[in-house]
Design a protein around this ligand. Structure first.
Ligand code: FES
Length: 108
């Protein structure tokens, strides 16, 4: 095993877990998790931040009823009840944080 620094400035995990039809619990896929992942990934790419902000799928994080769930690392931020309408503001925030950390680094 090797320990390495994060290869991206941010890694955003979007739960895309799909439960089987008739399952007792709901799932993020039933709350637009897959669409949110696709849209977020495209929006980050369109802004030119694909190498700095990685958008990945995750499996179930056991907060299914609060979906769609999104985790942001290394920030340790957990977003729940994420909707497609939230994504523009989320991308704005991610980009601003990445740009802010770069200017902070450049000034040091
Ligand atoms: S299905 Fe997304 S947290 Fe369980």
């Amino acid at each position: 095993m090797q320990e390495n620094p994060l290869p991206h400035q941010k890694i955003v995990f979007v739960c895309c877990n799909q439960r089987e039809e008739g399952a007792v619990r709901t799932c993020c896929a039933n709350q637009n998790g897959v669409l949110i992942h696709q849209e977020l990934k495209e929006m980050v790419k369109a802004r030119g931040y694909r190498t700095k902000i990685r958008v990945s799928k995750s499996g179930c994080m056991d907060r299914c009823e609060a979906g769609a769930n999104v985790m942001i690392f290394p920030d340790n931020v957990w977003l729940s009840d994420v909707m497609v309408e939230d994504l523009e503001a989320l991308v704005d925030r991610l980009v601003a944080e990445v740009d802010g950390s770069e200017s902070t680094t450049a000034d040091e």
